[in-house]
Design a protein around this ligand. Sequence first.
Ligand SMILES: Cc1cc2nc3c(=O)[nH]c(=O)nc-3n(C[C@H](O)[C@H](O)[C@H](O)COP(=O)(O)OP(=O)(O)OC[C@H]3O[C@@H](n4cnc5c(N)ncnc54)[C@H](O)[C@@H]3O)c2cc1C
Length: 402
Amino acid sequence: MSEPLVIVGNGMAAACLVDELTKIALGRYAIAVIGDEPRLAYNRVLLSSVLAGETASHDIELRAASWWRDRGVTLKYGCVATEIDVGRRELKIAGEESIGFSKLVLTTGSSALRLNVPGSDLAGVHTFRDSRDVDILLALAAQKKRVVVVGGGLLGLEAAYGLAKAGSPVTLVHLMDRLMERQLDAPAAALLKMLVERKGIEILLNANTAHIHGESRVEAVELADGRRMEAEAVIFAAGIRPNVALAREAGIAVNRGIVVDDHLQTGTEGVYAIGECAEHRGICYGLVEPAYEQARVLARHLAGDDASYGGSIVATNLKVSGVSVFSAGDFIGADGTESIVLSDVNHGTYKKLVVADGRLTGAVLIGDVGDALWYLELIRSRQPVAPIRAEMMFGRSLAEAA
Ligand SMILES: Cc1cc2nc3c(=O)[nH]c(=O)nc-3n(C[C@H](O)[C@H](O)[C@H](O)COP(=O)(O)OP(=O)(O)OC[C@H]3O[C@@H](n4cnc5c(N)ncnc54)[C@H](O)[C@@H]3O)c2cc1C
């Protein structure tokens, strides 16, 4: 008899877990996936491309319905899990019968934060997290609505780019003094700002959103320093919060995320959490690669292997608003490190490599990211770089030929 394994959430981590688990232990578990989004699991990262009109929404599905069927997975989408009864080992689902489990995996992801400012509940205030949000943003862009995007991280930049590309006048406001401050040093962020502004997006830094004005709909956004912008819509892209309510209400230990150990197990026996909802050694990752690494480890653990997760070295390798950006490790350069920098602003290129104790410990690239994965490999492997130091900046082929 297959053991009943229930997965809550039909996002990217869930799809990866089912893929990995059925590759190594097909039939060991009777798997059910309960997800509240009304469609098959899709590649959330590609929502930015859908918004930018570069990919069709139906092309971002991770797996066809037949793929799930072939693996015997019971798929319930458009269904909200409302309660975990840990004692009875049952999951309650809104409007459906409860479902029993022997093992439960929480992959509930995160929700977009809405800033707590006056007017944030007005009609015309939106977020950018799922495909329903994208449909709303595309409708705004089709009507060329004037939009203010709040947040200058990856999501804010992607939202601004997609909306501007589709024809909306866009202003992006960011609280900090530089864009993507968690991934970029000051020169890289300044170059990114210049390249994004060239695409017709207005960017305001040190901009603290204080008030959204309007009778019943958004009419203007006011900053703490008094600056005011007319707007017909506001998109909050100012951070995410892990979805932990289900776990917390079941008495499962929660901090910012659902606390898990190196087996991705929560404080409750047989209940696991992976992806953006999980907190491992104090870290909640907001990127897909750590979610996939956790899914692979958990699949092996559930298959009976001795697998454990020690954390992820986070790298950001993406196109931000049409500009290639890569960042990994210590991208600022801590005390005692050395930085090797190549900067060609007019050409739209910036490269910085951080070296500590003869090893590459961080990198930031804007524009030319062709060698990004090689730099990441060097950072992760902690390989000594002294023999290739002179050529390393110019890429793998030159360094390996030297
Ligand atoms: C627009 C956008 C662009 C991004 N770009 C990048 C990028 O370039 N690179 C990168 O690394 N990461 C990127 N990310 C982040 C990446 O998408 C996430 O890290 C990844 O999706 C996390 O996977 P997950 O399975 O943990 O969460 P999700 O994919 O969010 O899946 C969680 C699912 O659980 C569902 N759920 C929650 N609660 C319940 C419940 N009670 N009952 C049933 N279902 C529930 C949610 O609705 C959701 O469908 C981007 C995110 C967005 C929104």
